[in-house]
Design a protein around this ligand. Structure first.
Ligand SMILES: O=C(O)c1ccccc1NCC(=O)[C@H](O)[C@H](O)COP(=O)(O)O
Length: 214
């Protein structure tokens, strides 16, 4: 496996797992601001975790259909490098957030079948990055972080979007190599696959994920 594949550990909630992500060579770490999530962080805890992240690793705040007021509170409290919009934000809203908050924006797009790929094009000239994730199951309260993969064959031969993109959804230390091989992803994102329980990361799984990518 090429050592060029960058990875993001999303949904960190504890200092030891922030350190583990950094030690393992993560290019990004993600903090979730979504009260229904088992990974949700209050602002003071998020700020403490963010201060532990070494320079050179991008700190990403994940939000879902957040208002300007919510975003104001987050960006004024937590040192950040990127916003991840993981809800139903329109292309216009993505552009607005990007302009207003002065941070690069990664827009998540959920994929279940071939026709969902068209949504990626809507954001390709607007978002700084794209996160291509599994579409959540209808009954899930979480728009992401469900530990479900989509059919990676849908991305075969389709890796030339105009923005850098990251593959997400149900990745694990066991399947990430195959996922990268099938999709050509140069960046991957994982949350559930490096947890021992919902919202509780596991240091050895974080290292195993990184080792698989080497
Ligand atoms: O993680 C959450 O709880 C969450 C809540 C609301 C929106 C998105 C959320 N997570 C997104 C991610 O962690 C990842 O970007 C991606 O969906 C992969 O998650 P997983 O399948 O668990 O690896």
């Amino acid at each position: 496996m090429s050592d060029d594949v960058k990875f993001k550990i999303c949904g960190l909630t504890a200092p030891e797992h922030v350190r583990a992500a950094a030690d393992a060579g993560a290019g990004y770490v993600g903090f979730v601001f979504f009260p229904k999530s088992p990974r949700n962080l209050e602002l003071p805890a998020a700020a403490e975790l963010a201060h532990l992240v070494p320079a050179g690793i991008a700190k990403v705040a994940l939000v879902v259909n957040a208002s300007d007021e919510e975003l104001d509170r987050i960006v004024s409290t937590v040192p950040l490098d990127m916003l991840q919009l993981h809800g139903k934000e329109s292309p216009d809203r993505v552009a607005e957030v990007r302009d207003r908050f002065g941070l690069p924006v990664m827009k998540a797009v959920g994929i279940a079948e071939a026709e969902d790929l068209a949504a990626i094009d809507l954001y390709s000239d607007i978002a700084d990055q794209l996160l291509i994730d599994a579409k959540p199951p209808r009954q899930s309260e979480l728009p992401g972080g469900n530990g479900l993969a989509f059919d990676w064959r849908l991305l075969a031969g389709r890796k030339y979007w105009r923005r850098p993109w990251m593959l997400a959804g149900g990745l694990t230390p066991e399947n990430v190599v195959e996922a990268v091989r099938m999709t050509g992803a140069q960046q991957v994102d994982v949350s559930s696959g490096v947890e021992r329980a919902p919202g509780v990361k596991d240091t050895s799984l974080i290292h195993a994920f990184a080792t698989s990518l080497r």
